[in-house]
Design a protein. Structure first.
Lengths: 530, 385
């Protein structure tokens, strides 16, 4: 230590520090809270729209519009679709995950990726591929087929992640208590998959409610397809709004059911010490049937659609790659994706910061409002923005800003989850250490917290970007006149039965989705361990 | 076994003091702090001398880390004030933020920046513009600091995750020392290390800080760590300082029973105080500054009770625990013979179960009767303490 410390560096600073100044983080908690509240209020626009429209319609008209045969028909279709598809997805997802993670399945590493791969094919592209091969596909059966093949990875991914991280000591304890392999699976392993199964099932059900393109293509009517038809024919008609109310009601019920189904038991590993490697059961004579079953599943869900898309690309020849059509759609998609990703990440930051650094009922309720909104179908968010922009600020209807705002609401949780994980890697102690080393709060925040959060923020932004690139419903409703994206262009061509013309757009969307699927797969493995 | 005549305890090296002194580096006056409706600090006064080492020790939730954070400038006191080198930095409308206090701070886990190398971590607080020689001088300073904390300068290129826990703490110390702070705050920096590494790292850190002449405050819940590290120990309990003093004094003459029991094993016996002599199941034991006469509670440390070859004080071995270097022996005390005839019934003599320590595991077996004697003075507490 040198002696020049005899004149303390703070000797003259006390007066300049300001009397009565409170210590504050770089962005005062109050500022962050205000921003988070504004964002939460903004995210409640779609829900507010539904409530307002229902109230404005009047009780009698609402009853008349809701309790009619057409709504009963849609209700039956939607309920049947969910009742068949969700259990099928759970069966395929959990079964696949168990084979891959807990048995001595040959090539389990490759199967682990292949079973997640169907997620890279947007459901409406999957539907297009099947319809182009079998034009007679339509109705509930076809809806179940396409939805199951498109969405079972939503159960598989969290189930596989949970299985790979479950503490084998629990299974060993059960075996030591006299339970055989199968009883261990049903009594110990399966109950621990409850969160993964209910979470995955909720995602499948929400996708079934929200999906437009896939079901429209096979002429299977759900609430979402009916709302779109109403919107296209009557533009903001009362009947469409009432259908949206029923759809939102459905979503809210699903959210409640999922929370109830999740239960309150603790599923994380308890205790310290290193975790042993997961146990794998020998398949013996079941090795070949297991391989064949997985082969059939991945062939139908991934191989066949990809093959059909490539066949249409080949059939179309060089003519379908006409740059004047193709490039504007690609550039528009990249532009919207980039803008949406950046805005969503920035908007998610205050909420993530509050949730990690100042967790409370307040931050939880703010977060909840975003999760509720993002679980609403794109068509409801789209309709809400159409209505609000026309009635409140007519100048912004069909502007880029409104479309990006809708993307923000739809995909905010993707950025939020990543940012939260990133901020958790940058505890406030590091910020404080930087301040104790003489760096002012803002500089500490930028050099430490922001720097450490950046990779996770980039990961979240990438997920948002790729989700926007494949978004169809809200884009159809809100994109500025004349704007064409990969999804809308694909939709317009496939609607005109120009399967070859639609193929390049389908292929590009699959290529864009592949990294997203991989990111989700990796991310879920990390989350399952926390 | 060597018999020694009972001796008086030595005088403390440093008199316990909370009074402001002209040599005071840090002065904390009547500081309170609340989190919501919960009062965490309830009027703390503490004075730390320049170049001294103070350990603030207390159970979890006693407020010791909050006190450290107030000194660092991470928290704001509700009332009271904090002065560094005689200049007020917090309280009475004054607030100097953490980055302007020039106080070194080492967190529990080191809080090394994971995205920076060891060298970049150490250099984080350095301003190349203010160093003669600029950036080149920074590299030299990094090597110098790493050597100071007994680390190879070649480690500067490593990442924090490539270091052991002890090495990380040393880097954190080097980083904090880089700005040449006059006051170093250590927030349980050794608690995450395993036992062997903890002692070695603690010694190394104490040596470095001592050589640098830095005033140091260590917060810990480990009594042994506090007693061995500091030349002043402040015992915190329930948001207040229960006792401040030299380690020997707070250990051998705790202010109250709770402090006595927190700082180590204590043998507590009912006793009768007359003048400066307390009579109990272990016979007559001298007490310095008895708080009252008549019935009191007497406190002895287990190591003050020795096994004798012969004598009137006896106990029967209940059980033993073997720990290698020492064996703890639980004994049921007999009624001293001079009291057995019922002459004096003013204290409940005999029958208490006490714990003593001995190096020889084979000396005691359950059921054996041992003769005992007491070395040194006891501490007496009022009965309602």
């Amino acid at each position: 230590m040198t002696s020049d410390l005899s004149a303390p560096p703070y000797a003259g600073s006390t007066t300049t520090a300001g009397r009565g100044k409170r210590p504050r983080p770089p962005f005062g908690v109050s500022t962050v809270s205000i921003l988070a509240v504004i964002i939460a209020l903004f995210s409640l626009i779609p829900l507010g729209y539904v409530v307002y429209m229902t109230a404005a319609t009047g009780w009698d008209t609402a009853v008349e519009l809701i309790f009619r045969p057409r709504v009963g028909e849609l209700l039956l279709n939607t309920v049947l679709l969910m009742l068949i598809t969700v259990p099928l997805c759970i069966f395929l997802g959990v079964g696949g995950a168990w084979l891959v993670e807990r048995t001595r399945l040959s090539g389990h590493r490759i199967w682990a990726v292949l079973l997640a791969a169907p997620l890279a094919i947007p459901a409406f592209v999957n539907s297009y591929a099947w319809v182009s091969a079998v034009p007679s596909l339509e109705g509930l059966g076809s809806g179940v087929l396409i939805a199951t093949l498109s969405y079972f990875p939503l159960v598989y991914i969290p189930a596989a992640a949970t299985l790979s991280r479950l503490d084998p000591a629990i299974e060993q304890s059960a075996a030591a208590l006299g339970l055989g392999n199968w009883r261990v699976f049903f009594r110990v392993v399966l109950p621990q998959l409850r969160i993964a199964m209910t979470g995955g099932a909720l995602l499948v059900a929400l996708h079934l409610l929200a999906e437009y393109g896939a079901f429209a293509m096979i002429r299977f009517d759900t609430f979402t397809t009916a709302i779109m038809i109403q919107f296209q024919s009557t533009f903001n008609g009362t009947a469409g709004n009432m259908l949206a109310s029923v759809l939102v009601f459905f979503c809210l019920i699903l959210l409640v059911v999922e929370v109830r189904g999740r239960g309150s038991a603790r599923y994380a590993r308890i205790g310290s010490g290193a975790q042993a490697k997961a146990l794998r059961l020998p398949l013996h004579v079941y090795q070949v049937p297991a391989q064949l079953a997985l082969l059939a599943l991945t062939a139908l869900a991934f191989g066949l659609p990809l093959f059909l898309v490539l066949r249409w690309v080949a059939a179309g020849g060089p003519a379908i790659w006409a740059a004047h059509e193709f490039l504007p759609a690609l550039l528009a998609t990249l532009g919207y994706g980039l803008a949406g990703a950046v805005v969503t990440t920035v908007v998610a930051f205050p909420m993530a910061f509050l949730a990690v650094r100042h967790p409370s009922w307040f931050s939880k309720s703010l977060e909840l409002s975003n999760y509720v909104t993002s679980s609403l179908p794109g068509i409801v968010v789209g309709l809400a923005f159409v209505t609000v922009s026309i009635r409140v600020v007519p100048g912004i209807y069909q502007s880029t800003g409104v479309l990006v705002a809708a993307y923000v609401l739809l995909f905010l949780p993707r950025a939020l989850v990543n940012l939260r994980a990133g901020l958790a890697q940058a505890p406030k102690e590091l910020d404080e250490a930087a301040q104790a080393l003489g760096k002012p709060p803002l500089q500490s925040f930028i050099r430490v917290t922001l720097r450490l959060t950046a990779p996770a923020a980039a990961g979240g932004a990438a997920l948002v970007f790729l989700a926007i690139a494949n978004e169809l419903t809200a884009t159809l409703l809100l994109s500025p006149n004349g704007t064409r994206t990969l999804a809308t262009e694909f939709w317009s061509k496939s609607s005109e039965i120009d399967y070859a013309g639609a193929a390049p757009y389908a292929l590009l969307m699959i290529l864009l989705s592949a990294p997203m699927t991989y990111l989700l797969f990796q991310q879920s493995k990390k989350v399952a361990g926390q | 076994m060597t018999e020694q005549a009972p001796s008086r305890l030595p005088e403390p090296r440093i008199a316990p003091s909370v009074e402001p002194s002209t040599n005071s580096h840090l002065q904390i006056t009547d500081v309170t702090k609340n989190f919501g409706s919960q009062a965490v600090l309830k009027g703390v006064n503490l004075s730390v001398a320049k170049g001294g080492t103070t350990a603030i020790v207390g159970p979890s939730g006693s407020g010791k880390t909050t006190l450290l954070r107030l000194i660092a400038g991470f928290e704001h006191p509700a009332t009271g004030s904090i002065s560094l080198n005689g200049i007020k930095v917090a309280g009475d409308g004054v607030w100097l933020p953490a980055h302007k206090r020039h106080v070194g701070y080492v967190a529990q886990d080191g809080a090394l920046f994971p995205h920076l190398t060891v060298g970049q971590n150490v250099a984080f607080g350095l301003d190349p513009a203010k160093l003669a020689g600029g950036r080149r001088a920074v590299a030299g300073r990094i090597s110098e600091l790493l050597e100071m904390v007994s680390l190879d300068p070649a480690m500067a290129k490593r990442r924090p995750h490539q270091l052991s826990g002890g090495q990380q703490q040393r880097v954190a110390l080097a980083r904090a020392l880089a700005r040449e702070p006059e006051l170093m705050l250590l927030d349980e920096p050794f608690s995450a290390l395993d036992a062997g590494l903890r002692v070695a790292t603690r010694r190394a850190v104490a040596k470095v800080l001592n050589e640098a002449g830095v005033t140091t405050i260590l917060v810990t819940h480990d009594q042994a760590e506090a007693l061995s590290f500091a030349d002043q120990v402040a015992v915190m309990r329930g948001g207040k300082l229960a006792q401040i003093g030299n380690p020997f004094v707070v250990y051998t003459r705790p202010a109250d029973r709770a402090t006595a029991e927190f700082l180590g094993d204590a043998v507590i016996l009912d006793a009768w105080m007359e003048g400066s002599l307390a009579t109990c199941s272990l016979g007559g034991i001298p007490v310095r500054r008895p708080p009252s006469q008549g019935r009191v509670q007497l406190m002895l440390r287990p190591e003050q009770i020795r096994i004798a070859e012969d004598g009137p004080i006896r106990g029967v071995v209940v059980d033993t625990d073997y720990f290698g270097p020492e064996t703890t022996v639980r004994l049921k005390l007999a009624v001293p013979p001079e009291l057995a005839d019922g002459i004096d019934h003013r204290y409940p003599g005999g029958g208490e179960v006490i714990t003593i320590r001995h190096w020889n595991a084979s000396i005691a077996r359950p059921g054996m009767e041992l003769c005992l004697r007491v070395v040194g003075e006891a501490v007496a507490f009022p009965m309602d303490d």
